[in-house]
Design a protein. Structure first.
Length: 85
């Protein structure tokens, strides 16, 4: 099977566990194309989706070989892991 391009919208949410609040990934959404993923980023930016932040990511995947390429961040908004303010 040949490698395919995947575009994922990855939301993040704040979860409270006891006294700690941590940023955790929500359920990833497979997108039809780059524009679909970036539209979802805009919805987060406009406050239409109730998440702490989100990223749109593109990567090459060969599931048969178990090979996953380096992710390319297409867009990011709000609180996401590794973001330096």
């Amino acid at each position: 099977m040949a490698a395919t391009e995947r575009i994922i919208f990855q939301p993040y949410v704040w979860k409270k566990t006891g006294k700690r609040t941590t940023l955790e990934p929500g359920t990833p959404v497979a997108c039809r194309d780059t524009e679909d993923a970036l539209r979802r980023i805009e919805k987060v930016r406009e406050g239409l989706l109730s998440v702490a932040g989100a990223q749109a990511v593109r990567m090459t995947v060969d599931e048969e070989a178990g090979d996953y390429g380096e992710p390319e961040i297409l867009g990011s908004v709000g609180d996401v892991p590794g973001k330096v303010e």
